[in-house]
Design a protein around this ligand. Structure first.
Ligand SMILES: [Fe+2]
Length: 136
């Protein structure tokens, strides 16, 4: 079965959970559109996914810096790599218009990255920041 709407864990900060839900919904909407053969709205939704991701990463990074998160550079490094890959994939889609390649990227790479990033780095980061906020 295809995982257009995968499950992922909740973390200790509400703003992150809200953003993760929005990201998962946008990815699911894109995959649903591709599956239903409605390619028209794809460009706009891809832009939205990219804008959302840039803004969400910036918010997480700000929260990490404010809390003095010790492995900020590692988490930020993963964000940067994802943004570079996302920009290249979107550019590739605009150039080639290969819907199978786009689908495969969203389905496999993006889906796996999202679940594993939320389960590991985001879970640890949110736990640290939430504990820090409780102390202060
Ligand atoms: Fe993150």
């Amino acid at each position: 079965m295809r995982q257009n709407h995968p499950s992922y864990p909740q973390v200790a900060l509400d703003f992150m959970n809200r953003d993760h839900e929005e990201f998962a919904a946008l990815r699911g909407k894109l995959l649903d559109l591709i599956d239903s053969g409605t390619a028209d709205a794809i460009d706009g939704l891809l832009d939205e996914l990219q804008r959302h991701t840039v803004r969400h990463f910036a918010d997480e990074e700000k929260a990490m810096q404010e809390a003095g998160f010790p492995v900020y550079a590692v988490h930020k490094g993963e964000h940067d790599a994802v943004l570079v890959d996302m920009a290249a994939r979107i550019e590739g889609w605009r150039r080639e218009r290969d819907i199978a390649v786009l689908r495969d990227w969203l389905d496999a790479a993006v889906g796996e990255w999202f679940v594993s990033h939320v389960s590991s780095m985001d879970t640890v980061t949110a736990g640290f920041i939430a504990a820090q906020r409780q102390r202060s």
